[in-house]
Write a protein that binds this ligand. Sequence first.
Ligand code: HEC
Ligand code: HEC
Ligand code: HEC
Length: 351
Amino acid sequence: MIIRLKHLVVAVIAIPFLALLIGWSGLIGVGASSGHWAITDWFLHWVMRNSTRTAALSIEAPPLEDSTMLPPAAGHYEMACAMCHGSPVTPRPELVRHMLPVPPDLGPRIPTWTDEQLFQIVQHGVRFTGMPAWPTQKRPDEVWAMVAFLRQLPGMSADRYYELSGLYRPPMEGEVDDLPLSCESCHSARKVGPGSLVPSLAGQSEEYLLESLKAYANNERPSGIMQMAISLLPNDSFPELAHYYATQTRPQDSAAPVDADLVERGRILAQRGRSEDKIPACLSCHEKPGSNPVYPRISGLSQPYLERQLHLFNEGIRGGTEYSHVMREAANYLEDDDIVAAAAYFAQRQE
Ligand code: HEC
Ligand code: HEC
Ligand code: HEC
């Protein structure tokens, strides 16, 4: 039979109607209980792998060896991923084994992906599967930290997982049950030493802490990790938390390694700024008696945290309180080596 143009036109019009008719009839099952046919399963995962591979072609991984990335990512994994994928200390809950597709045990899967592909999956999630996107698209640095953590996950011991995530191990006989995963699992004094990417909150200005928590809650300060951490709290607990941390004493860690030349360059920037490059003196706002109480205390914060935040201001990514624009302006003209020097100075500065 010769296929005429007329037949083709009729088919093109009829097929969508037929599809609608089948959809309307209710004959297509959407129940998850019976699973997919094996071929559907294979096809969907094949499409997902191909799509991830293509999308990841334009992504380039930064170096991921830096171990400071691991603790905040591990804490976030416990809060936001373990409930579906399980962890070295908990198997996947029974409930998620009835999802379609079932969230996989990541151990055997991680080695089948490149760093860039893992980034693509964790940053954007996977449509129609329940695999969520990162809570903000503005913090690739946090997603890379998660990739660094995922690389270490296969075969990770329970002790290492407890240590990184800040989860306290289950109490031994005779010990008191410790705090579950909470603010302290990431912010406790024993975790926020000189090499930490997580800031110490102890002794920070109460107004600044309160306004910062609101800024995370309102999406004014993008951080998938903090947005997730406070999503579980009632908003009216913010003042109490801000008060709690503001009244702690910030540990003065004199063990932080100090490069004297670097600190000296940082000191000049802090005290005088560099007017020819439109960089104001940091100390004209920070640690100045009588200045706005929302301005944070930055002396004694860790070097990696200070550097990271200065980069975020400099790139225009970091928001914050209603005064954050003044800090974005102050950081606008900082060069990379100014950032390292200023961070080195404030990290070792004692008040
Ligand atoms: C609500 C459940 C759920 C949560 C929460 C979740 N995932 Fe997933 N994840 C899935 C499902 C379902 C898949 C399978 C997708 C597929 O096969 O197409 C998946 C796939 C993945 C994969 C690809 C593995 C593979 O080979 O298919 C990675 C990597 C991953 N998730 C990491 C994470 C990380 C990291 C987090 C936390 C930030 C997370 N997931 C949170 C459900 C979840
Ligand atoms: C999984 C780890 C983790 C948990 C849990 C966590 N935080 Fe954080 N917190 C971070 C990280 C990482 C940052 C830096 C985020 C950024 O880049 O803005 C941060 C930043 C903050 C800041 C801003 C501090 C500053 O100097 O600007 C406040 C305030 C804060 N956290 C309070 C809390 C409170 C209160 C809780 C408990 C409800 C909590 N955090 C739980 C990791 C965590
Ligand atoms: C005009 C006032 C002003 C000047 C000058 C200034 N800052 Fe700031 N800075 C702020 C304010 C306000 C914030 C709080 C931003 C927010 O709303 O989260 C801040 C925040 C910061 C933070 C983040 C602290 C934290 O806990 O997350 C760092 C780090 C910082 N400033 C470093 C510097 C350095 C280094 C300089 C000098 C190069 C500088 N600042 C100059 C006003 C200023």
